[in-house]
Design a protein around this ligand. Sequence first.
Ligand code: AMP
Length: 131
Amino acid sequence: MATIFSRIVAGEIPCHKIAENEEFFAFLDINPVALGHTLVIPKKEVDYIFDIDDPMLGRMMAFAKRVARAQEASIPCKRIGLAVMGLEVPHAHIHLIPITKESDMYFGTKKLEITQAELAEIAAKIRNEYK
Ligand code: AMP
């Protein structure tokens, strides 16, 4: 059965899309730990990120870098933090999180309370800076 993230790529489940190319897709995390929290995934279903071969992993990181540059340009922050866990969704993904302090990366805290309209607005801002 397709993962929830494959269903997002297929357009079966809505998302706040940031960018895509032939191999990768970026969209806002639905339960963000910080404003602009974005997920980068391969379109090909792979559960564990370190099962991705080296060339593809390199291309995934290069795609994530372009998304991070767009986040930096649109969300007030010091830098973009990067995390990989994958304990919840078995489809490899990189969390890209705009941060100003260490605790902005803490996944154990209560998540941001944010409306769909606010998510849409943030996604549009990031998209606008994606080059
Ligand atoms: P983890 O697998 O532990 O890295 O966590 C999975 C992440 O995916 C969490 O941060 C969730 O908020 C996020 N997530 C799960 N379902 C969706 C969805 N439908 N749209 C956007 N983000 C999602």
